[in-house]
Design a protein around this ligand. Structure first.
Ligand code: KIV
Ligand code: ZN
Length: 391
């Protein structure tokens, strides 16, 4: 695979916003879009213009105001959707992309659409051609792609690429795939569609997290030749969400060796700020133990780990917290902490103590630790100053 640059397609403002309770108004969407541009994502999927006047307005305004990333709008393979997307994206000019989708799996064909395979191909091709009359940059998604018969999926990919799609996204719409299988599917498409091999069109992936495998599936696909990953900040999205942008970009950066030397253009120092903004704007709280952006992501609690960190940070950290926007490593004091961390904190607080004093304070520290979740600086100071006489 020649091209080593992974395109980061952020869909926080479209699939992310589909997370129940996460709807954002125009001002909120615009603020997130500005931050996504600072984060240097390659593509912003700004919304689904046909679904409401508000979403149309949001895509239109983002297309007008945000410079840098490609701005994308979603549409079904339906004339009124594609026309709405084309109109909303007009201000983006050459930086506009229409993303058309149509379900291809047997279960969706039979129960949702009531259409045969040849009809699906015809509608997909028509949709791509109509989108192409508005923009050069057209993406097609066979919805529920991971559960579609692979032979049929190959046919769909060939047909939409011949109709002008420059990106074909293979969604794991219901989060059903597992990494080895999904990677093998992407590899098969890569091998059987000549335009994917030549680089004339690229394979994208869009994984949902119903089994907690969205990031693992996306990365397996990257190893198999996918060159665009669709993801959202904090992993928000329909149901259990989408692959988390912060995890995808840091996995690529930290383990590029394993992924054949691929890179992405994300300005990782903006990750934490972006995550917090999305949390505020969407009203969705980030869990403490969330990778990269959770409060505990770089906080070490056990005495053994704290001691290792104090000797050399890399003993227990594979990423530098500053690289993703944190101030640094955290060593919160809890009953799990060891003497080294307590001594280091006392020194940091300006207390000059000999070994015996530290040992005495440490014994009292453990008593306090057994009674509360954290031992704070004020607790330590009170211990040293003899204000706590009984625990
Ligand atoms: O999950 C999905 O299939 C989608 C498509 C619209 C790409 O979000
Ligand atoms: Zn989705």
């Amino acid at each position: 695979m020649k091209d080593k640059r992974i395109i980061i397609f952020d869909t926080t403002l479209r699939d992310g916003e589909q997370c129940p309770g996460a709807s954002m108004n125009l001002r909120e969407k615009l603020e997130v879009a500005r931050q996504l541009a600072r984060l240097k994502v390659d593509v912003i999927e700004a919304g689904f213009p046909v679904i409401s006047d508000g979403d149309f307005e949001a895509v239109h305004t983002i297309a007008k105001e945000i410079k840098g990333p490609v701005i994308c709008g979603l549409a079904r393979c339906v004339t009124k959707d594609i026309d709405a997307a084309g109109a909303a994206l007009k201000p983006a000019g050459k930086k506009g992309r229409i993303h058309v989708f149509l379900a291809t799996s047997k279960i969706h064909r039979e129960f949702k659409l009531g259409k045969a395979q040849d009809e699906i191909i015809r509608l997909a091709v028509e949709g791509v051609k109509r989108a192409k009359s508005y923009v050069q940059d057209v993406e097609f998604s066979p919805e529920d792609g991971s559960r579609t018969e692979p032979e049929f999926l190959v046919q769909v990919c060939k047909a939409v690429v011949a109709a002008g799609a420059t990106t074909v996204n293979i969604p794991d719409t219901v989060g059903w795939a597992v990494p080895e299988q999904y990677g093998a599917l992407i590899q098969r498409l890569h091998d059987e569609v000549p335009e994917f091999r030549s680089g004339k069109a690229i394979i994208s992936v869009h994984c949902h997290n119903d089994l907690g495998l969205a990031v693992a599936n996306s990365l397996a696909a990257v190893r198999a030749g996918a060159r665009q990953v669709e993801c959202t900040l904090n992993g928000i999205g329909e149901r259990a969400g989408n692959a988390a942008l912060e995890e995808i970009s840091m996995a690529i950066k930290t383990r590029s060796d394993f992924f054949g030397g691929v890179t992405c253009g994300v300005n990782t120092r903006e990750i934490l700020k972006s995550s917090r903004l999305v949390s505020r704007m969407s009203g969705l709280v980030v869990q403490r133990s969330k990778a990269i952006v959770g409060e505990n992501a770089f906080a070490h609690s056990s005495g053994i780990h704290q001691d290792g960190i104090l000797k050399k940070r890399e003993t227990y950290e594979i990423m530098d917290p500053k690289e993703v926007g944190w101030g640094g490593t955290e060593l919160p004091l809890t009953k799990h902490s060891g003497r080294a961390a307590v001594a280091s904190r006392l020194k940091h607080l300006g207390f000059k103590m000999n070994e015996a004093d530290v040992q005495a304070i440490f014994a009292r520290f453990k008593e306090i630790g057994d009674k509360k979740k954290f031992v704070y600086d004020d607790d330590l100071a009170a211990l040293v100053e003899g204000q706590i006489t009984e625990v």
